[in-house]
Design a protein around this ligand. Structure first.
Ligand code: SF4
Length: 76
């Protein structure tokens, strides 16, 4: 499992809860229902990327620290 940096842009988050539902070991919702990362190693890399992909607001960024690759959103 790679070391990932996972961030949520709370300014974009629309509090849908999808990420916390898909990867509850990584994301939790604050009092406003907005997501925050409390454990970036709390799920498999694949699941974390899937949660980022499922975010309707595209508020989640996932970076593989070992290779420096941004896994999501994929840079064009
Ligand atoms: S899936 Fe996106 S919009 Fe929904 S709570 Fe998570 S970060 Fe916010």
């Amino acid at each position: 499992m790679a070391k990932l940096t996972v961030t949520v842009n709370q300014g974009r988050c629309i509090a849908s809860g999808d990420c916390a539902e898909l990867a509850p070991g990584v994301f939790q919702l604050d009092a406003d229902g907005k997501s925050e990362v409390y454990n970036p190693a709390g799920a498999s890399d694949q699941l974390i990327v899937a949660a980022a992909r499922a975010c309707p607001a595209k508020a989640i960024t996932v970076i593989d620290e070992d290779s420096g690759t941004q896994l999501f959103p994929v840079k064009k």
